[in-house]
Design a protein around this ligand. Sequence first.
Ligand SMILES: Nc1ncnc2c1ncn2[C@@H]1O[C@H](COP(=O)(O)OP(=O)(O)OP(=O)(O)O)[C@@H](O)[C@H]1O
Length: 509
Amino acid sequence: MRLFRLAKIVSVSLRFGLDRMVLDADASGRLARIWHLVYFWRGFSEPRAVRLRRALESLGPIFVKFGQMLSTRRDLLPTDLADELALLQDRVPPFPTEQALAVLEGFYGKPIDTVFDDFERTPVASASVAQVHFARLPDGTEVAVKVLRPGIERVIEHDLALLDAAALLLEKIWPEGRRLKPREVVAEFSKYLHDELDLMREAANCSQLRRNFKDSSLLIVPEVYWDWCGRKVMVMERMHGVPISQTPALLAQGTDLTALSRAGVEIFFTQVFRDGFFHADMHPGNIFVHQDGRYIALDFGIMGTLNEVDKSYLAQNFLAFFQRDYRRVALAHIEAGWVPAKTRVDEFEAAIRTVCEPIFDKPLKDISFGKTLLRLFQTARRFEMEVQPQLVLLQKTLLNIEGLGRQLDPELDLWKTAKPFLERWMDEQIGWRALVHGVKEEAPAWAGTLPQLPRLVHQALSDAPRQQAAQQQRLDQLAAGQRQQGWLLALVGAAAAAVLALELYRLFG
Ligand SMILES: Nc1ncnc2c1ncn2[C@@H]1O[C@H](COP(=O)(O)OP(=O)(O)OP(=O)(O)O)[C@@H](O)[C@H]1O
């Protein structure tokens, strides 16, 4: 089986000249020279990036998804490849409705028309992992039913094994390839794919985000109908809106694009700094706009979480960066232990200055947070910082948000929109608000401890005589030690005095 997989990789690589791409990167290597001699007649008219994209397309939807993920790893890939891979489209033909019905009826254990009213046979959308049908619940509520593609688990396991074999091969034959950590990238991809395979997990994410934005005037999130959900089926409120990419339709429904772009940034920073829970798959297909101007979020397969340490890292770095205080940025990394303590502050500071200073060539409003963070990570990696996956996810999402915001309003001032969030967060971490916040956080724990207090006091008092005896014993030991030390000191003092007297006698006697 493994041999068959390897054969497939080799044949596709040869067809699209991917072998060339790898060997050209190490053109002086012995293997490269032999290879060129053997295959001297082969020439490719298309650029390498196009060949890579076409190879992934020919290998099927999971590889297309992989290419899409790779396109966001601009920290690892050269720009030409990243740009071309971003063109990959995850649109695949829908699977036959009978198969969707078989999955649903197998799960509910009864015919679909007794579960839903008006189950629409034609799917509204179809992607590599799942497809979506509209329907109504028996009480008339309009819903969207997301169903996993039948047999998708097997396809994924097979394709992941293939990808892993390719990554291994790449590592073995191309020393430079090791720097790209291909097997780690495949492992990360595998994690996301497996998460997408569990629709209960996605439903839980959706319901958490909805709770976080319950009374929001900026974002609406569909309600989950848990009684109809399972690992392979998710049923949620059907949302009505215009896809964010359809600018003419947005204008026709009277949406204010400037306000919309600002709201996008605000929603994102609220998710990051207030909740530490953010939507991390913000491609335009997942964002709609309601008639009342609020955003509608869909597709909750990939969510990022941040803890207080991550938030502090982000806030401190962004604030210090915009004040051009690179020393502060460097110190923040060292103090938090992200880069080794032995790192020389001045060297690290200089490296950060080198990558960040050119960014200020532009007006403040045109500066990209996503790119800044990316450059910072690239620099920090050189200083042995292991960048956490949730931060990479955040950086990628930031790029998406910025792209989207600027597409809606080229004049969007990201810094002005984001600054109050960062400052408020910092304010909550230090100062009076932090104290109040800390007390509020701790109070529930006190509620648990307070009733135990009398028992603890009683215990301490009844233990007191025993503890006193133990302390007395320890004091006695210390006193004995001190007495010994005293004798020793006196002895040393007497000896020193004798030596001094002898010396004086020799000098003057
Ligand atoms: N609650 C909903 N209300 C209305 N339409 C929905 C809803 N959920 C999904 N859709 C439609 O189905 C499409 C695909 O949904 P979703 O993105 O969740 O599926 P997916 O399989 O994860 O797709 P992809 O991987 O391409 O993002 C959406 O773009 C939207 O058109």
